[in-house]
Structures are given as structure tokens and as C-alpha cells.
Design a protein around this ligand. Structure first.
Ligand code: NIG
Ligand code: FE
Length: 413
């Protein structure tokens, strides 16, 4: 047996499963399979074999052998919601927030999404790519192996196309698996009425993006002051006709009808959920939409956190993503998202890890290739520093617990 990589003596191999289970829901989220004293073999970029050390064939050899004594091996995180292509940070708004301004007040003063759009429109595709790659390398170093990237800071046909071309290029030139989402309906630009802009999204942006095959998904910021439930359903309905499945920014600031729009249109996920009640939870029960919490955004904006316990206790699945963006979540560190999920949303470490691996993989239709240690899946894994238990990772908030990163079977660092 000659493998490409053999990792031996793993203290705990996390999230092992030999069959594709789909989303992990409700009470099952509390269970996380961890194989103690184990090995993991990788060949041709894929997970080839794993098991306990006593089942490792004596003849086993590999081009690269790694001793993981005292260390855990995790499947890389799948981050199912980011806006990591942007031209500039917005720390001036951060200071306004510290002094008491709300998200809406900042937007009214020329900040917010329109501020990011103004900056992005002046930057070339190459520059944008270079900026984004810095963030890509940063999220690789904190454990992400697959990522969804949205447009939505272009707000013109030309600039939305520019963003999505950059996202596609990241998929080709970085070691990450990338899914792309068209979020033209992120805000209404100042030179248009809402009706005019919705018209542009439907009649020009969606067809142009579909023509170049630039987006897997379509998203809308369904929120008071942005786009209503009816407008959301109309635009994602149009996206669906062009092959883009919906995922919705839902219920971040208000009970916006976003969850209902997601369920009604058969969305893959409804994301944010800071403002949901029993009605939205009931609605989700009759669907396969993945509820997705973005704890970094709730933390940064000082919003109430999504009611994770209620969602899980209702028997639903829950996913966790970073929302990495310059306005409301300037971090794509999924380890930190796990800490926030545990500390602020009262999820157990096992629930949080399920939420950020297999459940986000389901939300991105990557469950057959990512999100768990399974034979035949893409070899996207990280080896931790020496740790006493799996719970140490979310417990040690702000630390980087990762020592070695392997993506598509290549040791990255
Ligand atoms: O997911 N809520 C809408 N979009 C982003 C924030 C965008 C921004 O402020 O730039 C979010 O939080
Ligand atoms: Fe977002």
C-alpha cells in the first residue's frame, strides 16, 4: 500500500462517516463521531482510507508521513456565506458604531453597502483579485476548505460581472473549493428608484451572469429598507429560471419575511435569522431550507443572536457561516465563529462543529465531496496543535489551533 499522505497516531479523527448522511438535524447535532487513536490515508487528492491504528496494514507506506500524536484531525470548515471580495475596509463606520450609530444610521450617512460599492467600482478586476486573495489565504490559515462568495458590492451590470469573474478566478487559482452567488439585490444604488433597479437585476444582470455561467446561486437582502418579501420572491424566481438556486439574507434586522421567501421559493438556505420568532421556525419545519446563523455579524453589530437552541429543539438543522464582509463581519475565521456559537448561542462544541462542516456542505450542495472524513471525499483536512479535547478548539477563542493544513491532498502549510 503506497499512499500519498499517511497521518498516523491521530488522537481524534473528527466527523468520520462512511455514508452521506445529508444534514444533521435537531438532537442528532449533539453527536459528533470522533475516532480515537486513528490514521488517515490520502491519495490523488482524496480521502483513501481511515481507521483505528490497530487496523492500519503493516505494509502501509506513504510518500509523506505525518505523526499526529496528541493532535486532532478535522475536515476543513465549509463557509457557506461570505462577501469576501471588496475593495476596502470600513473601519470609519466601526468607530461610528462604537459611538452609538446603528447600521441604518450609518447607511443613511453614506456608509454601508453603497460605500463599499462606490469603492469597488473604481478598482480593476486584477486589483480586486489581489485584495481578495489576501483574505483567501487568511481563511485557509484558519481552517476553511470550501467557501461561498457573493457579489453585491458592484450594483451595476459591469461591476457585478467583475465581482463574479473574480470569484470564479479564485475558484480556479486558489486551493479552495468555491461556490458563487449573485447578490445584485443587495442595496438600491442612489441613481435609481427601486423599481428601476429591480428591472435592471431581472432584465440585464441575471441574463448576463447566466450567459457567462458566473453564478451558482442567487441571493437577495430581504430586509426593511432594502427588498421586501414579494420583491425577493420575484427576483429569485427569475434567477431560478436561469438556473441559479436561491439562498436568502433573511431576518437580520427585522421580521422581514425573508424566511417565508426562502421556504416559498425552495431556497437552499436562509441566512442571518437574528429576528425570527415561533412563526418562522414553524415555517422552516415544512421545508428542507438550511437555517444558517452568522454569529460574527450579530457579534460585530451588537444584535441579538439567532435563537439556536429553539431552532435545534424544533428538530431543525442549523448551519454556521462567517458572513465575512467589510461592513458587518470583518472576519472569516471559522474557529472564532464556533466560539461565538458556543458562547453566545449556547451551542455545544459538537453542535457547532456539525453546523460548520457537514451542514454548511449541505447548504452549498457539497455534501458528497466535503464536510466530513469519508472515503472518496476531497482530502480537505487540518491537523490541530496538541489539544486535550475537541472542545478546546471553540474554548480557546481567538487562538489559531491549527498546525497543518491539507487541501485537495496537498500540504499547504
Ligand atoms: O450579510 N446584510 C447584508 N449584507 C451584509 C452586510 C453588508 C455590508 O454592510 O457591507 C451582511 O451582513
Ligand atoms: Fe451576508
Amino acid at each position: 500500500m503506497a499512499w500519498d499522505i499517511l497521518i498516523r497516531n491521530i488522537k481524534g479523527l473528527v466527523q468520520t462517516c462512511d455514508h452521506t448522511t445529508g444534514a444533521i438535524t435537531g438532537a442528532s447535532m449533539a453527536t459528533l463521531p470522533v475516532l480515537e487513536n486513528s490514521y488517515l490515508a490520502i491519495s490523488n487528492g482524496l480521502i483513501e482510507a481511515y481507521g483505528t491504528m490497530d487496523t492500519l496494514p503493516q505494509s502501509a507506506t506513504a510518500k509523506t508521513e505525518i505523526d499526529a500524536s496528541g493532535r486532532f484531525v478535522f475536515p476543513s470548515f465549509v463557509d457557506s456565506h461570505t462577501h469576501l471580495i471588496f475593495a476596502a475596509s470600513r473601519e470609519e463606520e466601526f468607530v461610528m458604531k462604537i459611538k452609538g450609530a446603528t447600521y441604518e444610521e450609518i447607511a443613511a450617512k453614506g456608509g454601508g453597502i453603497l460605500n463599499s460599492a462606490k469603492k469597488l467600482q473604481t478598482v480593476s478586476e486584477d486589483e480586486l483579485f489581489a485584495h481578495a486573495m489576501v483574505r483567501i489565504n487568511e481563511i485557509i490559515s484558519t481552517g476553511t476548505g470550501a467557501v461561498e462568495i457573493k457579489s453585491g458590492y458592484g450594483l451595476t451590470v459591469k461591476d457585478e460581472l467583475k465581482m463574479l469573474r473574480v470569484a470564479k478566478r479564485i475558484g480556479k487559482e486558489s486551493p479552495l473549493t468555491v461556490k458563487t452567488t449573485f447578490l445584485g439585490a443587495h442595496a438600491v444604488p442612489r441613481d435609481k428608484t427601486k423599481e428601476e433597479y429591480i428591472d435592471l437585476v431581472i432584465k440585464e444582470m441575471i441574463p448576463a451572469i447566466a450567459e457567462e455561467k458566473l453564478a451558482d446561486y442567487i441571493d437577495v437582502f430581504c430586509e426593511q429598507g432594502f427588498f421586501s418579501q414579494a420583491e425577493t420572491e420575484r427576483m429569485v424566481g427569475e434567477g431560478k429560471r436561469f438556473g441559479m438556486k436561491p439562498r436568502i439574507h433573511a431576518n437580520q434586522l427585522h421580521r422581514s419575511g425573508g424566511v417565508q421567501a426562502g421556504v416559498n421559493t425552495g431556497a437552499l438556505s436562509v441566512d442571518h435569522l437574528e429576528n425570527i420568532g415561533d412563526e418562522e421556525i414553524e415555517y422552516l419545519k415544512n421545508s428542507s431550507v438550511m437555517p444558517t446563523a452568522l454569529p460574527g455579524a450579530a457579534f460585530f453589530l451588537g444584535l441579538p443572536f439567532p435563537p439556536a437552541r429553539k431552532i435545534i429543539e424544533a428538530g431543525l438543522a442549523l448551519a454556521i457561516a462567517s458572513d465575512y464582509n467589510p461592513g458587518s463581519a470583518p472576519s472569516g475565521n471559522m474557529q472564532l465563529m464556533l466560539s461565538l456559537a458556543c458562547i453566545k448561542m449556547k451551542m455545544t462544541p459538537e453542535e457547532a462543529i456539525n453546523a460548520a462542516t457537514i451542514n454548511t456542505a449541505v447548504a452549498l450542495e457539497l455534501e458528497n465531496t466535503h464536510g466530513s472524513i469519508s472515503k472518496g471525499k476531497v482530502a480537505n483536512v487540518f491537523i490541530t496543535k496538541p489539544m486535550s479535547s475537541v472542545a478546546f478548539l471553540p474554548y480557546a477563542f481567538g487562538s489559531n489551533c491549527i498546525e497543518t493544513t491539507i487541501l485537495s491532498g496537498n500540504v499547504i502549510s
